[in-house]
Design a protein around this ligand. Structure first.
Ligand code: PGA
Length: 250
């Protein structure tokens, strides 16, 4: 059985006062039946990890460098994130792919390093609106999966997030059939490459405009094991609504 996962991506949002939201989450969810994760900006990772302590809320980074250390001004390694208390890292988010020109190959190197540092990776894939309209969605996703997921992935250290680029921060979501089609496809590709053991134990998240109001219907889609949430993870009250919907999903 895959344990469901509600992951929040704070992106470039949050000063130290934002850590109060973590207290609100851990108070509202003392014994969650799903895994919880918040990925704050790097500046807050250490303080966030210290703030949650042993409570059931993982802290993660939003990116890492593929090298362990060295002359890479401005970058953070996977080992540094782990040292700061992170348990996970988001990689290949479309904002990284677009703003920083990250390729699948680079994302694979980063993910390999993150796994070696003992982190869970949340590897993001997703099509643009043009690609969907040209009926290229599955080809694009298939290519991203093949090239950005490293061979050292296991059912424990790999999470894949399907995030259609056009659904991120827009309030638009695909139809439930479209979400199901992509998630079934991702599951099948993982099983084909890694075997059924890894393929069936890897968690698949949907991301893009997930809110308390649409979470229940999204979580009812087959092969959706949780969500990667941006805007609605910034306020504990909103994220709690999504967590509760995930706990209620069968
Ligand atoms: P959103 O972002 O929930 O604000 O659409 C999702 C994401 O980018 O991970």
């Amino acid at each position: 059985m895959r344990r469901k996962l509600a992951a929040g991506n704070w992106k470039m949002n949050g000063l130290s006062t934002q850590l109060d939201q973590l207290d609100a989450l851990t108070t509202a969810h003392t014994d969650p039946t799903v895994d919880l994760m918040i990925c704050p900006p790097d500046t807050l990772v250490g303080a966030a990890a210290a703030r949650v302590g042993n409570k059931p809320l993982m802290i993660g980074g939003q990116d890492c460098h593929h090298a362990t250390s060295g002359a890479h001004t401005g970058d953070t390694s996977a080992e540094m994130l782990a040292d700061a208390g992170a348990k996970a890292v988001i990689l290949g988010h479309s904002e990284r792919r677009e703003d920083h020109g990250e390729s699948d190959e680079l994302i694979r190197q980063k993910a390999r390093a993150a796994h070696e540092a003992g982190l869970i990776t949340v590897i993001c894939v997703g099509e643009s609106l043009e690609q969907r309209e040209a009926a290229n969605t599955l080809d694009i996703i298939g290519g991203q999966l093949a090239a950005s997921i490293p061979d050292n992935s296991t059912g424990e250290n790999l999470v894949v997030a399907y995030e259609p680029i056009w659904a991120i921060g827009t309030g638009k979501i695909p139809t439930l059939d479209q979400i199901g089609e992509v998630h079934d496809f991702i599951r099948a590709r993982l099983e084909r490459r890694f075997g059924t053991g890894v393929g069936r134990s890897t968690r698949l998240l949907y991301g893009g405009s997930v809110k308390p109001a649409n979470a229940t219907e999204i979580f009812a889609v087959s092969n959706v094991d949780g969500a990667l949430v941006g805007g609605a993870s910034l306020k504990a009250e909103d994220f709690t609504g999504i967590i509760s919907a995930l706990e209620a999903a069968v």
